[in-house]
Ligand binder design. Structure first.
Ligand code: ATP
Ligand code: MG
Length: 574
């Protein structure tokens, strides 16, 4: 059946007239018009069928106009009416019609025709009332058609909106969820299942809360309940257990869907993984804080270092000039010892702020680690098991050997402190290529892509919580009791690694140990020769100009050079 576009109303109300001659048709049209019925004549059955296709209220047909294959033609047209249509036909029987011929006519249209037979002569009033009744019935049919059209439009709009919703859910990086009015999750879609690994029956109702980190559960349930009570937008940020056992930070949002009366029908919301964004922001914040601290610490360290150079230098002169049994000798030597400790701290601070003078040479990373192993084994103690895994491909780096050793020792010392009741310390080397994908995971840090040698130091100690992790690289940040640590171990390591063009990352969870990864750019230059201590030169009255703005340091330099046999000129600036 065809379901065509609606025809103009006027066509739907017209009466089609088919008579054997045009003259008869004209008379009929005029008569109907007097009674207020719009009508038009058709010349033959084919013209009638074509007009029916365009839209019609009722067809009046004189039996004798149907001759030949007329009935079949008309029946075919009627058979192809759309489902809502049951076109009324009024057939005016021929004067010669018999009961048998009328029955034959009726049975011809029995399947598709809504036929009324009228005997002639027909009184005008009878014809008009029959036509009016037929038009009323036809009008109803058109109403049904309009209703069906409307419904089809609504249906297709609904289907479009549903497929749009489905596509939106698929296109969105977020999980889409639906909860009933009481707050029970009814559907979370395949994305929730895929993300959390929870089965459908496990997350229904309030089961989804089981995938929320135990520390966040109460708070999230509270926010959800409040949103339900107040019919307000729900927003929560929490840690969600991913199918691989990792907790990831997510943000969840939900809005109530209201009916016209303002009653909540259900809730629709999303849940988005923001772990990578948050981590990048953390890195950025942490990096900025460390840089700011570096500037402050650097200024102080530079000043103090100058003072300590003078204190230790002059202290040395005093000690050298004192007889062995001088009563003040032990006091002065205590002063020098304290000064030496202070100078050690300022040196570490200078390392942190990358103001230290490094003596970089080309080193085999594996060689540095191997050389240190014996020493590490010594101070780690029997209850810490040390394992070393060296990748022969780790390669060479350009760094200051003493400083690099200092970094490894600092990390090993931290690990030992974190494993007071024993554990395992693992030192590994590897070679990696950092690419743009890696850099994008560490937004906030400008990462040079290229080939790197990696050193990883992993312990099975107590690990760090988030606040400790966030501040671990800060100078003077320590969780050790007063007097046990200065909080400079990791900051020194940070400064040295940065000054060598590398990166240092920390991975740690409370109770799950700590892993520190250091990336140093690989070089292909030949290995440097270890530098040998050089004998201090001695002068023979040559003149040296000392330019130094710090007066105490200038005076010290003058004294040292004079002792070494030079003539000295001083200047505070160039
Ligand atoms: N391997 C580790 N395991 C657990 N916590 C660690 C580890 N390494 C560092 N930390 C934490 O980071 C803090 C800072 O470390 P850092 O090495 O800078 O200073 P420190 O060890 O406290 O003092 P210092 O190194 O000057 O003796 C430590 O106090 C500790 O809380
Ligand atoms: Mg330390």
């Amino acid at each position: 059946m065809r379901d065509e576009a609606p025809s103009p109303r006027a066509y739907g109300e017209r009466v089609l007239v088919l008579t054997p001659t045009g003259r008869d048709a004209e008379l009929m049209v005029a008569t109907l018009s007097q009674s207020g019925l719009k009508s038009s004549g058709c010349s033959d059955v084919a013209a009638l069928c074509a007009a029916i296709e365009e839209g019609v209220g009722v067809a009046v047909i004189a039996e004798e106009a149907l001759g030949g294959n007329g009935p079949d033609l008309l029946d075919t047209t009627l058979a192809s009416q759309p489902s809502w249509s049951d076109l009324p036909l009024v057939i005016l029987l021929a004067g010669s019609a018999t009961l048998a011929s009328s029955h034959a006519l009726l049975s011809c249209f029995a399947r598709h025709g809504n036929v009324t037979l009228l005997e002639r002569p027909v009184r005008t009033i009878a014809l008009i009332s029959t036509l009016r009744a037929a038009l009323r019935a036809r009008h109803r049919q058109y109403e049904v058609r309009d209703h069906l059209t409307q419904r089809a439009l609504v249906q297709s709009a609904l289907e479009r909106s549903e497929s749009r919703y489905r596509s939106l859910t698929l296109a969105s990086a977020s999980i889409v969820w639906i909860a009933d009015a009481a707050g029970s999750f009814v559907a979370q879609g395949p994305t929730w299942e895929a993300y959390t690994g929870q089965t459908r029956s496990a997350y229904q109702g309030w089961g989804w809360l089981d995938a929320v980190h135990p520390e966040d559960r109460d708070a999230v349930a509270g926010v959800w309940r409040r949103a339900l009570e107040r019919k307000e937008v729900y927003y929560a940020e929490y840690r969600l257990l991913r199918h691989d056992g990792q907790y990831r930070r997510v943000t969840a949002r939900g809005v109530p869907v209201l009916d016209l009366g303002g009653t909540v029908i259900e809730w629709v919301g999303t849940c988005a993984d923001v772990e990578d964004d948050r981590r990048a922001a953390d890195y950025l914040r942490q990096g900025q804080r460390i840089e700011a601290l570096g500037k402050l610490a650097g200024g102080v360290a530079h000043e103090v270092n100058n003072m300590m150079t003078a204190v230790l230098g002059f202290g040395g002169f005093v000690l050298n000039g004192m007889p062995e049994d001088h009563p003040l000798r032990s006091d002065v030597s205590e002063m020098v010892k304290a000064g030496t400790r202070a100078a050690g701290i300022t040196r570490q601070l200078l390392a942190f702020t990358r103001q230290q003078v490094l003596q970089p040479t080309v080193l085999e990373l594996n060689g540095v680690v191997t050389d240190l192993t014996r020493m590490l084994g010594g101070f780690l103690g029997a209850d810490i098991e040390l394992t070393i895994h060296l990748d022969p491909e780790a390669g060479r780096v350009r760094a200051d050997r003493v400083q690099l050793e200092q970094v490894i020792v600092n990390l090993a010392l931290n690990a030992r402190y974190a494993m007071e009741s024993g554990g395992r310390l693992r030192l590994e080397t590897a070679s990696v290529v950092l690419n743009d994908a890696y850099a994008s995971r560490h937004a906030g840090t400008a990462i040079e892509s290229g080939s790197y040698a990696v050193l990883r130091v992993t312990d099975t100690g107590v690990g760090m919580d988030a606040p400790t992790r966030a501040r671990a690289f800060e100078p003077f940040f320590t969780t050790k009791p007063v007097g046990r640590g200065t909080g400079l171990g990791l900051s020194t390591a940070y400064g040295i690694v940065k000054q060598s063009g590398g990166y240092i990352w920390l991975y740690s969870e409370p109770g799950h140990g700590t892993s520190v990864k250091i990336y140093l750019p690989r070089v292909s230059d030949p290995l440097g020769r270890p530098s040998r201590p050089v004998a201090s030169p001695r002068g023979q009255g040559e003149t040296i100009l000392v330019v130094e703005d710090e007066q105490a340091v200038r005076t010290l330099a003058r004294r040292i050079l004079e002792v070494a046999g030079y003539d000295v000129l001083e200047a505070a600036n160039g």
